[in-house]
Design a protein around this ligand. Structure first.
Ligand code: ATR
Length: 278
């Protein structure tokens, strides 16, 4: 039997933890596979992906900046990839066609509900940011039946557009940061998710005090060895539970692994392992 090959495409890619986590999953489930990382030229996604599959590759993970290229490249798309407008997983079908899926949102929801044991059902959720990362998580959140979802963004029009794009499945509120501070009957949210890229540049969006109280759980989709500025803010406000996005990363990987191999790896120990070597 030959060893099946998988890879993650991105640019840059040297920071990627995907080879590490998929190698752990393979060991754990005794799957015969190899998984590498490839830095792809920004104008060369299609030809690199074609080359990979022509050489017998079985599946790809896709990271920044190629999730939209992968969306266009895929011959078929799953419903959740269509909703997300982006693809993070490509897989080869028996007829050699290639399907694009998106496991980012389900990865986040799995980390929140299974590992952190936060409840989404009937809760009031605030999401910061309205870019590609947030678009990918909206539908899996809606599926958990929250009481409300509010999207706040620096550029309010993008939050409005996102809310409008999901209006057939949920009535999402959208606002700017100043409007968030001025809400009439200002309730604190139950869960706040930072899906903006502010943490990447060491920034914190302008968050009013009335959105958080001692029951508000806070999640940053970025992960880092140190607390992100958003999680520092949450800690200072005495949030009862805070988490960065390492669990989301591992859980989206586990979903991709399941799509490719039909086996669900255990994720908690892999999160702990990667955390220990950050
Ligand atoms: P990604 O794919 O990571 O979502 P993106 O599509 O470029 O990247 O979106 C980045 C998001 O982070 C946007 O919502 C952006 O706000 P704007 O739409 O107003 O640009 C948000 N963002 C980036 N830097 C920010 C900052 N310093 N404060 C608040 N929001 C920020």
């Amino acid at each position: 039997m030959t060893t099946d090959h998988y890879c993650v495409f991105g640019n840059p890619i040297s920071h990627s933890k995907s080879p590490l986590l998929h190698t752990e999953f393979a060991k754990q489930t005794q799957q015969d596979l190899s998984y590498t990382a490839q830095c792809v030229d920004v104008n060369d996604f299609s030809s690199a992906a074609n080359k990979f599959f022509e050489a017998g590759g079985k599946g790809l993970n896709i990271t920044v900046p190629f999730k939209h290229d992968a969306f266009s490249f895929a011959e078929n798309l799953t419903e959740r990839a269509k909703r997300a407008g982006a693809v993070n997983t490509l897989f080869l079908n028996k007829d050699n066609s290639i399907t694009g899926d998106n496991t980012d949102g389900i990865g986040l929801v799995t980390d929140i509900t299974k590992h952190l044991e936060w409840t989404i059902k009937n809760k009031n959720i605030l999401i910061l940011g309205a870019g590609g990362a947030v678009r990918g998580i909206v539908e899996p959140f809606v599926k958990e039946s929250p009481n409300s979802i509010t999207i706040v963004n620096r550029t309010k029009e993008k939050a409005q557009q996102l809310a409008s794009d999901f209006s057939d499945i949920f009535s999402i509120q959208s606002c700017s940061y100043s409007e968030l501070a001025e809400r009439d009957n200002a309730i604190a949210f139950d869960i706040i998710i930072n899906g903006s890229s502010a943490s990447l540049s060491g920034n914190l969006p302008p968050l009013p005090d009335n959105i958080i109280n001692e029951n508000t759980c806070c999640y940053d989709m970025m992960y880092a060895k140190e607390l992100t500025p958003f999680l520092e803010w949450a800690k200072e406000k005495k949030a009862p539970s805070i988490s960065d996005g390492l669990g989301m990363l591992v859980c989206q990987g586990a979903e991709s692994f399941f799509i490719w191999r039909g086996v669900k790896p255990e994720t908690k120990s892999v999160i702990q392992y990667i955390r220990s070597i950050l």
